[in-house]
Design a protein around this ligand. Sequence first.
Ligand SMILES: Cc1cc2nc3c(=O)[nH]c(=O)nc-3n(C[C@H](O)[C@H](O)[C@H](O)COP(=O)(O)O)c2cc1C
Length: 219
Amino acid sequence: MPTFNLLAVTLAATLLGSAAPGAAGAAETIITLPRPDMNGGKPLMQTLKERHSEREFSAESLPLPVLANLLWAAAGINRPQSGKRTAPSAKGWAEIDVYVATTDGLYIYDGMAHALRLVVAKDLRALTGRQDFVGHAPVNLVYVADYGRMDDESSVADKQFYAAADAGFIAQNVYLYCASQGLATVVRGSVDREVLGRAMQLKPSQHIQLAQTVGYPPK
Ligand SMILES: Cc1cc2nc3c(=O)[nH]c(=O)nc-3n(C[C@H](O)[C@H](O)[C@H](O)COP(=O)(O)O)c2cc1C
C-alpha cells in the first residue's frame, strides 16, 4: 500500500480547487478522506484480547485509507440521519474534537464531511506529550473538549467529568481499531496543556483532555 504524505495530498487538494474558502476569505485546506471500510478487521473478542498500550513506534507514515478508518473508528458518523458518532457523548453534546498532529501539520477531523481541515501548518507532534516517541511517531491524536458546546447549566465540575469520560470512549475506539489492524497506540494524559493549547491556537472554551499516539510497531 502506498504511504501517505499529508502535504502532498494537501497541495493536490488545494491545486485541484477542492479547498473551500475559509471564514477570513483565505483558501482553507481540506483533505477529503477515503470512505471508511466498515467490513474489515478482526472479530471483536479477538480484538479485545489484543488491545494493549505500546510505546515504541516506527516512523513509517499511515496510508491515507488507514488514517481514514482510524478517524472514523475514533469519532466518525455512524448514523448519518442523526449525525451521531461511533463514540457516545454525554447528552449528545459531541463536544470532543479530534485533532491530528502529523509531520505536515495539525488538522481537525470533520466527522460530518469525513475530512481533515488544516489548522496549523507546522509539525506539532513533539508538543503533544512529554515522552520521546511522540516526536517521531507518525500520528498523535489530541482530544479537545469545547465547553461552549456543553449546556450552560452544567457546573464546571460536570463539564470536566463528562468531557474526560467522552474522550475516554474515543480513545478506546482507537485502541480497538489499532488492535484490530496491528497498529501500535498509547493514550496519554501526560501533556503540557498550556503549551500545546497555545500552539494549537485553541479558544478559551477548548480544553485538551488526552492525546493518543498511533503508528506501526518497530520492525
Ligand atoms: C487516562 C489515561 C492516561 C494515560 N496516560 C499515559 C501517559 O501519559 N503516558 C503513557 O505512556 N501511558 C499512559 N496511559 C496508558 C496506561 O499507562 C496504560 O493503559 C496502563 O499501563 C495499562 O496498560 P495497557 O493499556 O497495556 O492495558 C494512560 C492511560 C489512561 C487510561
